[in-house]
Write a protein that binds this ligand. Structure first.
Ligand SMILES: Nc1nc2c(c(=O)[nH]1)N[C@H]1C(S)=C(S)[C@@H](COP(=O)(O)OP(=O)(O)OC[C@H]3O[C@@H](n4cnc5c(=O)[nH]c(N)nc54)[C@H](O)[C@@H]3O)O[C@H]1N2
Ligand SMILES: Nc1nc2c(c(=O)[nH]1)N[C@H]1C(S)=C(S)[C@@H](COP(=O)(O)OP(=O)(O)OC[C@H]3O[C@@H](n4cnc5c(=O)[nH]c(N)nc54)[C@H](O)[C@@H]3O)O[C@H]1N2
Ligand SMILES: [Mo]
Length: 710
C-alpha cells in the first residue's frame, strides 16, 4: 500500500460530521474491566464534549465510572503523543525527536526484516489489554506477527491462573449473567472490590441489597466495598482455598449438600468430600487468620440461603496457589446446587461465552504461521526473558520487542529486572502508545496510536454477555493512527501481500462476530447485542466439559485440587520462615480506584484524587515501626525498595500492607512503584504472576533524606 493509501485507510474511519452540529456516536469502553460499557459520545463541531454511559444497555445503565467519564480529558491531553518519535538520547531517558511516518515505518521495517532474516523468533510482540478491542487488540497485530513467524506471547499477566482453573472445573470461562445478581438473596463478593473495579456489578449488588439480600465481602483489605457489605471476612492473602475447604466441611457435616445435583452433575465428588472432611472450621480458620465462628456462620448462611451467588474476581488468584483456590471456590455452588436458580451460581469471567461467537481465526489468522511453531514467551517473566542471553529455558536472545496496549515497565513484576532488560543497548524496541509511559521512555521508536474516540472496534467482554461495537466519533488527532493501521503499514513495507493486510478497521470490526451467534443488525444499529444464553445455564448441568459434568476430579495436566495444603503462598511464614523473619509483612497491591492499572495515572484530575502513592498499614504494624500516618516510608525486600506515603488505617489487616497500584514509576516518589518489590514466580495453574504473594518490611524515612516528593 502506498503511504497515501495507508494514511487514507487510517483516517477513513473519520465520519463525515456536518460542521457546526452536535451529534452522538455509539461506542464501547475499551478498557480492561469486566463492565465493558456501552458509550454515548457527544461531538460538537468535531470535538468530543461528553462521554456518557448508554442508558439503554442494561449493564451500563446510563452511568460510567469516574475514569472513563474523563475519557475526553485523556484523549485531548496536552501530553498525548501525536507524531512518530525517534530516540535521540540514551536508552530509557525518554528523549525523542519527531519524525515522519515514512521514516519511522521504513526504519522499523528494515530493522525487523534484518532480524527476521536470521531468526524471526528473536522478535517478540508484547501486548495486553490497554484496549480490549478485537481489532485494535490482537487483530491486525496478530496477523502481522503470525506472518512474520515472530515469538508467540503467553498473555498471562492478569487472569490466566483463575481462567484456566475455571476452565479445568466448568470446562470454560463461563458463569452467571451479571444482571441476575440483582435477584440473589446472598452474595459473596470474593477477592473483588467492585466499587473500585466493576462498579456496574456493584449496581446489581445494591439492587439485591435493597431487596433484602445479605452481602459478604471476603478480602484481606477493608475495601470501600467491604465497608458497604453486611459482613467482611478479612482473611490472610493466599488462603482462599483453605476457606473454601472449611466451608465444604460444614456443608457436608450439616447436610447442605444437594445430593441430587452432585450425583448428576459433579465428577469426583467422593474424593473431594473426603478431603473437605479433613478441614474442620478450626483448621481453616487458623490458616486464614480468622475465627472458626466466621467459617461456621458463613457456611451455614451459604448452605441455607437460596439463591446464593458468588462474585469471584481475579484479586484472589495472584498468589502461588491461586489456580487451585479458584477451583475450590468454583465448586461451592455445584455442591449446594446453587446453579439451579438464575440468581445463583458464580461469576468469575463470562469471556468463555464468546468462544465460537467471535471470528477469532479470521481476525488473527493463525494459519499465516504456515506450520511454524515459534517459541512462546510468558509476558509475566519478561524481566528474565529480556535478560536471558539465549538459553534452553527461553530460546534465542530477544533482539526486538514491539509493545502495544501495555506498559510492562510499570505493570510487570520485579521491575528492577524489567528495566534492566529494556535498557539493553542491543534491544530494538518499538512502542505504540498514547503517552510517554515508563515503557515508551525506553523505546527506539514511539508510534502515536488513536484512542477509542478515533477508531473502529468490536468488543467481547469478561463480565457480561453482550457483544459491542465502537464507532469512531472523531478523526484521529494529530498524526495518530490506529494500531491496525500501523501494523498494516508495517506489513506493506515487509512485503506481506495477503489481502488480509489490506482489510480496513471498519471491515474487521463489522466481521468480528459470527452472524449465527450475534444479531449483527442489532449490533450495527444499537451498538450492542446480547448473546443467546439460557438464564440459568447450568440449572440442569450441561457444563462445557466433555462429560457435561463439573470436574471436582483431578484433571490431567492440571496441578491437583489437593493444593494448597496450608497457606498457598511462596512468601509466607509457613513456606519461607527465614524470609518472613526479615520481611514480616505480606504486601498486596490492588488497584487504586481512580486508575486503571497504569492507565489514567497521568490524567491530572484523577491523579489529584489519588494524591500520591500510598501504603496502607494497620495501626499496630505502624506503631511497632514508629510510623505515623502520612509519613514517608521505605518499603523494601531483597528485590528492591519503593518509597511512598504511609496511610495508617483500618483498611489494612494486621500483618498485611496494601500498596495501591499501579503508579507510573516516573510519577512516583523516587522513580519506582510497587512492582519494584514483586517477583516473577508463577501460579500453580495458568503460568500467571503472583503479585499478591510478596513479603516486605517497612521503615520510616527522614524528610531530610533528599527524597523528591513531587
Ligand atoms: N478502578 C479500577 N478498575 C479496574 C482495574 C483497576 O486497576 N482500577 N483493573 C481492572 C482489571 S485489569 C481487572 S483484572 C479487574 C479485576 O481486577 P482485580 O484485580 O480482581 O480487582 P479487584 O476487583 O479490585 O479485586 C482485587 C481485590 O482482591 C483483594 N485480594 C488481594 N489478595 C487477596 C487474596 O489472597 N484473597 C482474597 N479473597 N482477596 C484478595 C484485594 O484486596 C482487592 O480488594 O478490574 C478491572 N477494573
Ligand atoms: N503490582 C501489581 N501489578 C499488576 C497488577 C496488580 O494488581 N498489582 N495488576 C495486573 C493486571 S490485572 C493487569 S491486567 C496488568 C495490566 O497491564 P497493562 O495491560 O499493561 O495495562 P496498563 O497499565 O493500563 O497499560 C495499557 C497501556 O495501553 C495504552 N493503550 C490504551 N489503548 C491503546 C490503544 O488503542 N493503542 C495503543 N497502542 N495503546 C493503547 C495505554 O495508554 C496504557 O499505557 O497489570 C498487572 N500488574
Ligand atoms: Mo487485569
Amino acid at each position: 500500500m502506498s503511504a497515501a493509501a495507508e494514511s487514507a485507510a487510517a483516517t477513513a474511519a473519520a465520519p463525515a460530521a456536518p460542521p457546526q452540529q452536535v451529534h452522538t456516536v455509539q461506542g464501547a469502553c475499551p478498557h480492561d474491566c469486566p463492565d465493558t460499557c456501552a458509550l454515548r459520545i457527544t461531538v460538537e463541531d468535531g470535538r468530543v464534549t461528553r462521554v456518557a454511559g448508554d442508558p439503554d444497555h442494561p449493564p451500563t445503565h446510563g452511568a460510567l465510572c469516574t475514569k472513563v467519564s474523563r475519557y475526553a480529558e485523556r484523549s485531548y491531553h496536552p501530553e498525548r503523543v501525536l507524531t512518530p518519535l525517534k530516540r535521540v538520547g540514551p536508552k530509557g531517558e525518554g528523549r525523542f525527536e519527531p519524525v515522519g511516518w515514512d521514516e519511522a515505518l521504513d526504519a522499523i521495517a528494515t530493522r525487523l526484516q534484518s532480524i527476521a532474516a536470521r531468526d524471526p523468533e528473536a522478535i517478540v510482540p508484547y501486548s495486553y489489554a490497554g484496549t480490549m478491542g478485537l481489532v485494535q487488540g490482537d487483530g491486525m497485530a496478530a496477523r502481522f506477527f503470525h506472518k512474520l513467524g515472530a515469538s508467540l506471547l503467553d498473555r498471562t499477566i492478569c487472569a490466566s491462573a483463575g481462567g484456566e482453573a475455571l476452565a479445568a472445573t466448568y470446562g470454560g470461562k463461563v458463569g452467571m449473567h451479571v444482571e441476575f445478581f440483582a435477584e440473589s438473596q446472598l452474595i459473596l463478593i470474593w477477592g473483588s472490590n467492585p466499587i473500585t473495579s466493576s462498579v456496574h456489578f456493584w449496581n446489581f449488588a445494591q439492587q439485591a441489597k435493597r431487596a433484602g439480600a445479605r452481602l459478604v465481602c471476603i478480602d484481606p483489605r477493608h475495601t470501600e466495598t467491604a465497608e458497604k457489605c453486611h459482613q467482611h471476612i478479612a482473611l490472610r492473602p493466599g488462603t482462599d482455598g483453605a476457606l473454601a475447604l472449611g466451608l465444604m466441611h460444614e456443608l457436608v457435616v450439616n447436610g447442605h449438600v444437594d445430593d441430587d445435583y452432585v450425583t448428576r452433575h459433579v465428577e469426583g465428588w467422593p474424593a473431594l468430600r473426603e478431603r473437605a472432611l479433613q478441614w474442620p472450621p478450626e483448621r481453616a480458620a487458623a490458616v486464614c487468620g480468622i475465627t472458626a465462628e466466621e467459617v461456621r456462620a458463613l457456611a451455614s448462611e451459604y448452605g441455607t440461603t437460596k439463591p446464593a451467588a458468588i462474585r469471584l474476581n481475579y484479586g484472589m488468584q495472584r498468589v502461588r496457589g491461586g489456580g487451585n483456590a479458584v477451583r475450590l471456590v468454583a465448586l461451592l455452588p455445584c455442591i449446594t446446587g446453587a446453579w439451579r436458580h438464575r440468581a445463583g451460581g458464580l461469576l468469575l469471567s463470562s469471556s468463555g461465552w464468546f468462544k465460537g461467537v467471535r471470528n477469532d481465526a479470521t481476525l488473527q489468522r493463525p494459519d499465516l504461521l504456515a506450520g511454524r511453531t515459534p517459541r512462546t514467551i510468558n509476558m509475566s517473566t519478561i524481566g528474565d526473558a529480556l535478560n536471558d542471553p539465549g538459553s534452553p529455558r527461553f530460546g534465542p536472545r530477544i533482539e526486538a520487542l514491539v509493545v502495544y496496549n501495555s506498559n510492562p515497565v510499570a505493570v510487570a513484576p520485579h521491575s528492577g529486572e524489567v528495566v534492566r532488560g529494556f535498557l539493553r543497548e542491543d534491544l530494538f524496541t518499538v512502542v505504540l502508545e498514547h503517552f510517554l509511559t515508563d515503557t515508551a521512555d525506553h523505546a527506539d521508536f514511539v508510534l502515536p496510536a488513536t484512542t477509542q474516540l478515533e477508531q473502529w472496534d468490536a468488543h467481547s467482554t469478561y463480565g457480561h454477555t453482550y457483544a459491542l461495537l465502537n464507532r469512531p466519533a472523531i478523526a484521529p488527532l494529530g498524526q495518530a493512527r490506529s494500531n491496525a493501521a500501523i501494523f498494516r503499514g508495517l506489513a506493506a513495507r515487509m512485503g506481506f501481500t495477503e489481502p488480509c493486510f489490506a482489510e480496513s478497521d471498519e471491515a474487521m470490526a463489522l466481521a468480528a462476530f459470527k452472524p449465527e451467534h450475534v444479531n449483527l443488525d442489532e449490533l450495527a444499529a444499537r451498538g450492542w447485542s446480547k448473546l443467546r444464553i439460557a438464564d440459568a445455564p447450568f440449572a440442569d448441568g450441561g457444563f462445557p466439559t466433555h462429560s457435561g459434568k463439573v470436574l471436582a476430579a483431578e484433571v490431567p495436566g492440571v496441578p491437583g485440587l489437593g493444593l494448597p495444603d496450608h497457606v498457598a503462598n511462596y512468601e509466607c511464614a509457613e513456606a519461607a520462615p527465614e524470609l518472613a523473619a526479615r520481611y514480616p509483612l505480606a504486601m498486596i497491591s490492588p488497584p487504586a480506584r481512580h486508575f486503571l492499572n497504569s492507565s489514567f495515572v497521568n490524567v491530572a484530575s484523577l491523579r489529584a484524587a489519588e494524591r500520591e502513592p500510598l501504603l496502607e498499614m494497620h495501626p499496630a504494624d505502624a506503631a511497632a515501626r514508629g510510623i505515623a500516618d502520612g509519613a514517608e516510608v521505605r518499603v523494601f525486600n531483597d528485590r528492591g525498595e519503593y518509597r511512598c506515603k504511609a496511610a495508617v488505617c483500618s483498611r489494612a489487616r494486621p500483618g498485611v500492607v496494601n500498596g495501591l497500584g499501579i503508579w507510573w514509576r516516573k510519577l512516583g516518589v523516587s522513580g519506582t512503584n510497587v512492582n519494584e518489590l514483586t517477583h516473577q514466580r508463577l501460579t500453580d495453574i495458568g503460568r500467571a504472576p503472583t503479585f499478591y504473594d510478596c513479603l516486605v518490611e517497612v521503615a520510616g524515612v527522614a524528610r531530610s533524606a533528599g527524597v523528591r516528593s513531587d
